[in-house]
Design a protein around this ligand. Structure first.
Ligand code: GTP
Ligand code: MG
Length: 210
């Protein structure tokens, strides 16, 4: 994918503040500090379009980025970080739930889990939620530069056993670029499916050809 432009559109907490765009969106979701923002920067070949941090839990809004003026990447706030104040943790679920269930432009979700660990309970419940809602997703295992080949193979085996063989799972490293091509292929697939669906169902209008 050749990136010709990548711009921050806005950050939103409520539905009324989502951008009025009609192009497909890919959302990035995962535990705080798992590497969501780094993954977006790496996919786009931009060093610091999205703010990354050693202090977890800093992304507290739903951040929209316009790519090539034809689709949008959405950086969702991270979940599950203990030191984030309780009122913010409480606001996470409704904020993200509303986005995932009500945003018509959502083409799919990249669920990011740490390749060095088994998925957490919250990772599991996010995946169950997406399966239940019928929202397409791909699992990206972040920070894969930190584990070796055999650990990767073992983890993938465990996850496919748990989630089913057809679950899309890709290893990714924002540091080495590992898995970038494969993840792009998945993302393009999610957007292509979405366009095919909207073409068949004319109740949703897209201007993705612009
Ligand atoms: N080794 C390694 N470190 C990474 C990778 N991706 C991210 N990191 C580091 O992990 C930390 C968190 O990365 P972020 O991209 O800010 O994580 P995030 O999920 O956006 O975090 P929140 O916005 O707080 O939810 C930073 O210190 C990054 O440098 C990776 O692929 N490999
Ligand atoms: Mg972030």
């Amino acid at each position: 994918m050749k990136i010709t432009s990548a711009e921050f559109i806005c950050g939103a907490e409520n539905k009324k503040d989502y951008p009025p765009t009609r192009v497909p969106e890919i959302a990035f979701a995962g535990r705080s500090n798992v590497g969501k923002s780094s993954m977006i920067n790496s996919l786009l070949g931009r060093k610091s379009l999205v703010r990354t941090s050693k202090t977890p839990g800093l992304t507290r809004k739903i951040n929209f980025f316009s790519i090539n003026n034809s689709f949008i990447f959405v950086d969702l706030p991270g979940y599950g970080y203990a030191s984030v104040p309780m009122e913010i943790r409480r606001s996470w679920a409704p904020m993200v739930n509303t986005y995932l269930t009500e945003r018509k432009e959502l083409a799919g979700v990249v669920v990011i889990t740490d390749s060095r660990r088994e998925p957490t309970e919250q990772d599991e419940s996010l995946i169950e939620f997406l399966q239940f809602q019928g929202i397409p997703f791909v699992v990206a295992l972040s920070k894969a530069d930190k584990i070796g080949h055999s650990d990767r193979a073992a983890l993938k085996g465990t996850l496919l056993q748990k989630w089913g063989d057809s679950t899309p799972v890709e290893f990714f490293s924002a540091v080495t670029g590992l898995g970038r091509k494969e993840l792009w292929r998945r993302i393009i697939g999610l957007m292509a499916n979405r366009r095919a669906l909207t073409d068949n169902n004319r109740t949703i209008v897209t201007n993705s050809e612009e």
